[in-house]
Design a protein around this ligand. Sequence first.
Ligand SMILES: O=C(O)CCC(=O)C(=O)O
Length: 288
Amino acid sequence: MAVDFRPLSFALGAEVIGLDLHSPVSEVEWKQVHQGFLQFGVLLIRGQSISREQHIAFSRRFGDLDEHESLPMDRDATLPVLLMVTNDQKPDGGPSNSRYTGQMWHSDMSFTLAPALGSLLHAIEVPPVGGDTLFANMYLAYDTLSGRMKQMLEGLNGVHHSERKNSGLSATWEKENQRLNPPVAQPVVRVHPETGRKALYIGEKVKCFEGMTQEESKPLIDFLIRHATRPHFVYRHSWQANDLLIWDNRCTSHLALGDYDPQCRRHLERTTVLGTPSGHVAEMEVTV
Ligand SMILES: O=C(O)CCC(=O)C(=O)O
């Protein structure tokens, strides 16, 4: 059966119609999905009550998977390619490390030397209302800058820090997080390796530009984030259980809103597809 796409917003995102991951995906279907992934940046497949193994197997169609060495506190103990995004308590009754995951504009793994190509987030249980996620189209963000601004950004590197807003991590894990993930400099403008288009690579993990102070950098960082996340560049996803949401981290940015009752369970599981190595460890002190 042919796969179809129903756009979800003006800026980005499409729902995939006619694909069921309970059975193997044919070559023809895969080619269509991959084309849709490049075209829409975010794909939604509803009604996927699939197993972890099926989630992982489909994710591998996109490329090699990250074993999340950079985020040991969040990965599953037996299946390290699965990252938990959950407010479930830990076995010892302590709060989940990942209850605030993603509550700042970011592109996955930008603070490492292997920023993610894509992510596939599977909703197991979600609150009856809220817990939405916003996605921004970073091609549009780049394309709509003035020519002079584009020139200024060319060759500029942003320094990405692994800090999390409302970290939710114990002091010990926070220290380990900083040890594992020193600040990394990444180009502010990245060329998408498959489409050849330029996209803005900026978010709240960027604390300064390489070679500039944080004070000098902040106004421009703030402007670029505000510009990239204007409402008309954004798709807001309201989750349903069994949604599989797939995004291209090379041309989108996202933010988990945290707009839900924390008494309600919110449990999602993510695979992360490894991207092209990029960036270098930044030779500068960054305060957060
Ligand atoms: O929980 C969400 O809605 C998004 C999580 C997130 O930001 C991530 O997995 O990178």
